[in-house]
Write a protein that binds this ligand. Structure first.
Ligand code: 13P
Ligand code: SF4
Length: 359
């Protein structure tokens, strides 16, 4: 305990001495001991924007995962330093789409669909990457007329893509892609899954001709754990329970829930509830527990009875936060995330298309 209090004191002292030169961003999935030091807590879209709203901060310490820090670095000014307290904080879903596999799938799709736009000027395929992907894949989208989306704007982004393309290649999260496309009225038959190495594998020509959204087989290991049976059990035990889940959950789970949306959507859903309400949530446990603590007059619990943390988000420990902050105070930038300039230029194009597509 003493050691822990010492860490928090070090973090507070560093923050005080750095003042406006520092901003600490924290994702909703971060543990409480980290969140308490964040200047801004949000979903991945809000945190990308937050990086833009503090041009005075020389140091942006990102308490989240690697792709989020990369995005902040792409959007930040070149003289701002983006720091990830633990470089091992990745995202297993983002790792499920690597550049080579996407390039090879793209080449094969180009063989199938050609490169000529149709009569209304729509390209054969528009690539759409979920924010949860490497900077290299955002750059891929930038170079090929594509765009980035987050869980808070996926349907707006898909609409943008369908104005410009006959179909979409969506990666890495099959579930967000399927859930969003389904909500837009696209038939399941028109959403074949591509094989990363061989898109044609297992698909007939007819399927590929009719395809509207080509899904990549990635998934989130936290959200794929949620099941319809858990929702049924919650409804049986708590008649009137409201169920809200993240769209990275499998489609049957999203269909069985009352609502689905980004982490900030979930927060707002809880904020809009009434005292006495019972709310079951399908997302990461640190966020669920924090909401439960914030609204003690409601019954708020995680759908998964077994603790459901994101193990990589959890790798940001206050010890690492203290260590990088001490570094800044001593004039040493530790764990800086620097995206290659060429990659960043193209990735920024895809990110800016997302920002411009939003109302
Ligand atoms: P949000 O965009 O909803 O914050 O989600 C990020 C994430 O990693 C969910 O698993
Ligand atoms: Fe990645 Fe899933 Fe963790 Fe989000 S919750 S950072 S998608 S592994």
């Amino acid at each position: 305990r003493m050691d822990e209090e010492d860490l928090h004191a070090r973090i507070r002292a560093a923050k005080e001495s750095l003042g406006d030169r520092l901003v600490i961003l924290g994702h909703f999935y971060q543990r409480d001991e980290v969140v308490r030091h964040a200047d801004f807590v949000g979903d991945s879209f809000q945190l990308a924007n937050a990086a833009l709203t503090r041009p005075d901060a020389e140091h942006i310490v990102f308490c989240g995962v690697h792709f989020m820090a990369e995005t902040a670095d792409i959007l930040a000014r070149p003289d701002q330093h983006v720091i990830l307290p633990n470089l091992a904080a990745g995202c297993s879903m983002a790792d499920m789409a690597d550049e080579d596999s996407v390039e090879s799938a793209w080449e094969q799709l180009t063989e199938i669909y050609g490169t000529e736009p149709d009569a209304s000027g729509r390209q054969p395929v528009i690539p759409v990457t979920y924010m949860n992907s490497s900077a290299a894949l955002k750059a891929f989208c930038g170079r090929h007329g594509g765009i980035v989306c987050t869980s808070s704007n996926a349907s707006t982004v898909l609409e943008w893509a369908f104005e410009r393309g006959q179909r979409v290649l969506f990666f890495p999260d099959q579930h967000l892609g399927r859930n969003t496309a389904k909500a837009m009225g696209i038939e399941l038959d028109a959403m074949p899954m591509v094989n990363p190495r061989k898109p044609l594998l297992g698909q007939t020509e007819q399927v590929l001709r009719d395809a509207e959204v080509l899904l990549w087989p990635g998934f989130c290991s936290v959200h794929k754990r949620f099941t319809v049976a858990q929702i049924e059990a919650a409804r049986a035990q708590h008649p009137g329970v409201k169920v809200v889940v993240h769209p990275e959950c499998p489609m049957p789970v999203v269909d069985a829930a009352d609502a689905a949306g980004s982490t900030d959507f979930i927060r707002k859903f809880v904020a809009a509830s009434e005292p006495g309400d019972v709310i079951a949530i399908g997302t990461e446990i640190n966020m669920v527990n924090r909401l439960a603590a914030e609204y003690p007059d409601r019954t708020i619990f995680c759908l998964d009875p077994v603790v459901c943390p994101c193990s990589t988000m959890y790798r940001i420990h206050p010890g690492y936060l203290a260590w990088v902050l001490d570094g800044i105070v001593e004039g040493e930038v530790r764990n800086e995330i620097v995206v290659d300039a060429e990659v960043a230029t193209h990735a920024k194009v895809a990110l800016e298309r997302m920002l411009a597509a939003l109302p």
